[in-house]
Design a binder for this molecule. Sequence first.
Ligand SMILES: Nc1ncnc2c1ncn2[C@@H]1O[C@H](COP(=O)(O)OP(=O)(O)OP(=O)(O)O)[C@@H](O)[C@H]1O
Ligand SMILES: [Mg+2]
Length: 255
Amino acid sequence: MIRLRNVVTKIGNRVIHKGVNITVNKNDIYAILGASGSGKTMLLREMLMLVKPASGTIILFNKDIKDASEDDKNSFRDRWGVMFQSASLFTSLSVGENIATPILERTKMDKILLKEIVMFKLSLVGLQPEVYNMYPNELSGGMRKKAALARAIAKDPELLLLDEPTSGLDPVSAEDFDNTIKNLSAALNLTVVMVTHDLDTLFHVANRACILKDGIVLSEGSIDEISKTDDDWAKKFFYGERGIKFQKWKQNRII
Ligand SMILES: Nc1ncnc2c1ncn2[C@@H]1O[C@H](COP(=O)(O)OP(=O)(O)OP(=O)(O)O)[C@@H](O)[C@H]1O
Ligand SMILES: [Mg+2]
């Protein structure tokens, strides 16, 4: 679905990525890990063609974006849904209108049919029908994230890109959100790429991941494989205090 080869990213004179290699396969739930400021969001922005790398190759849906026509690029945009770090909904629009926005960008649609589609998306992410007429500032953080997720799946994407989907949620809401992502990806045959710091999300939802550090990918593979990465940051992440959860997860898997 996505392949990055030797991607170099610069902002002014600063080098953010020195040569990043990533492969996201179809039906992966792929996590991008790394310390704050390591360039994870920037990588997502490059995958979404919002930022152009200084050099290197980005292949989306088996096509090098350098060779992609405007039509190709528009069709890519139709094939993915995105949830940015702040779950940025349009505050002046109701939840229903927010979810309808990406659909209306592409087609004109009968109002009744549009409402039915939006209601279906709300139910897919586990939000009640009443939320349709509510405004973002009337929602809890967890509901807002779900509304943003409903908007991300509005156009029936094949690919979902999520930036820190569970950050700021309490553990119960985060687990609920994790389950929603897992169930959605299975039900809708989605490939998911997400940036996350959340160990629970990583262990319970993702099947593959990479660790970004010092502008390169230190390791890429199954969660089990990358947990063995010989690096200080990776060791702290997996085997520090919070990483104890990982040990439990591993034991459960063996049983
Ligand atoms: N628009 C921008 N202008 C200048 N520098 C930027 C811009 N966007 C990002 N950067 C810089 O690029 C680097 C990587 O930023 P990025 O947002 O990708 O980090 P991140 O890994 O997502 O961090 P976090 O986990 O905190 O979200 C940071 O040092 C940041 O300061
Ligand atoms: Mg970020």
